[in-house]
Design a protein around this ligand. Sequence first.
Ligand code: IVH
Length: 707
Amino acid sequence: MYNEDQTKVLQQKSVDFLNAANSITENNIEQLRNVLRFNEYRYYVQNNPLISDVEYDVLYKALEKIEATNQSLITKDSPTQRVGNGLVNNFAKAEHLVPMLSLENSYDADDLIDWDRKAKELSGLNEVEYCVEPKFDGASISLIYENNMLVRGTTRGDGVVGDDITPNTMQIKSIPLSANFMEYGINQIEVRGEVMLNKKNFKAYNDKQIEEGNPPLANPRNAAAGSLRIKDTAEVGRRKLEAFLYHVSYVTPLPPKGGILDSTNSSNFSKQLSTHSNMLEMLWSLGFKSPKKEMKVVKGIQAVIDYVNEFEKSRDNLDYEIDGMVIKVNNLQLQDKLGMTSHHPRWAIAYKFKARQATSKLIGIEFQVGRTGAVTPVAKIEAVAVGGVTVSSISIHNEEYIIEKDLQLGDSILIERSGDVIPQIVKSFAELRRGTEQKIIFPTHCPVCEHILIKPAEEAVWRCSNMNCKAQVVERIIHFVSKDALDIRSFGDANVRKFYDMGILQTLTDVYQLPWDKLKGLEGFGEKSIANLQTAIENSKTQPLNRIIYGLGIRYVGETTAKTLANAVSHLKDFTTYTEEELKQLDDVGIKVAKSICAFFSSAENIELIDKLEQLGLHLKNEKKTTTTNGNLTGFTFLFTGTLSRLKRSDGEAMVEANGGKLLSGVSSKLSYLVVGEDAGSKLEKAKKLGTITILNEEEFLKMLSS
Ligand code: IVH
């Protein structure tokens, strides 16, 4: 919606207005509205605000003040006339059947005890039964099923009206497209839940962003919220979102059959709708991901306190992020009796875990040169504990990121650490500036070798253009021996640097040709540590191909792509014959990655490196693919897609390999057979388009094996 230039102008204008909020006049009214619209867009549509909520309020109030004294200047589209309407990004608006309320928050046992006291008073009970479940940290969603069919998926929006994102909802595999609610006597139902990106997928997403030179997202919550609003439905599917459903907000029962109430349905209906935990069980049994396993039904608040404390301890072991627990009165009739305020139900409360956000101060910037020459600014901050870890430096990725987050030296900043994700700066508090802060100046020359930095048009990072820059060479070697690559742990970064300076480790192949006699007698290199290093180096020669590919440090090829690549070939050098088009057929390989791989394998220097590594004993063959060479599938390549009905996919794949066939991970002209099951999608289409691939169903595949 806003291009780069407009963004810069509006961002600057926001700062200008904030610096002089009291002196904005009616002459600036339209500009002020535009600034507010822009910031709403950043917040609601992009989930990437540039100013804080407080700052937004300052500007909003300034507009209200001007409009109050200049009523004739009020326009229908003024942000003040929106009254909480969520913003649209070409999605139709849809009204929730029941408003989506928020939750009251609690932070410690005393808060919970107070809340329990009120619940007991209002209910007249001595002890209340509660259902305790995780508070999922994602983006909320509301689904409507009618006659068992999913008919609508909606974002929260302003709580009353949200965005109709039905097609995107249908891309989330954990949301059933139909569910047998009728079995429970339910005709129409509105189900609420949270869309999440689990930790693993979030990390993979961010790794890819970083590989491609884009700044990563601060947390899975932003990633989930942003993903729900993508206009390209297929891309939503690729994000691998999931949804936990934890609340039924509205139900209409099935009409009685021929005037007589169906006894099975009606008893199911009243049973399932008597307690919250029953509803979670019903959702689970209908194929939804509900917190059935995580929830606990307990009596009295002490048991609640015990469970939330116990759960907080296992927080880091979960696959997904939670930011607390939600405690709900279990009996639904009692829920009705307790009712709600305009903001939250009285029958539920959120218990928030210790924050993984903290404020600190930006006290310095270091510019580090990476293995691809990328110059990354690293923020040095006043040490602060976040989520149990002390953080004193944070990568801030690139120049644009500094501009976008409006970072200045001396700024107060908000940082966040989501689970095992590296800490991120969420924002700076521009409103707390004292005038002594300094702009961050990006260097024009490499801080290590002093070569000029260049920024290719399509990239966000400045790069040192000198391939032989010491920083790049050393970082390439450190990457090669790192844990996720060749895993020669005993090397350590410091030794790589030391050996480089000694002139004995200046290329990747030097790793396997160290002059051991020169190491003897060196401080820290007794016989034992030399022997350890020798063993580790020797062991690394048997690392699988994907680790070697990753270790080579091909631009944009992270761990996931390296696995895809390793699975696609029988030998690393097969890539010398691959075209960009063929590479693009592989999972996760886009044009940028394909170009980079082609460039790598067309360099004579790189081929020489690969040959030498093989001579030195590394296994560049894909061992998995060459186990059997004399079965009746020898010479043919296979790929499975869709859901098979008789076989598990892994069994099918094992059969191919056992019979001498090879597995490919994507559709390309190298593929001989595509075995398709139910709901085969894009791979089948691609195969049909190519026209050279034989498409088999499961029966045909099994017949082929037995023939
Ligand atoms: S119940 C009427 N249960 O937290 C009450 N909400 O901070 C409906 N959330 O807006 C909400 N996990 O998006 C409920 N287990 C859970 C939840 C949960 C996450 C979200 C939800 C809500 C927000 C309030």
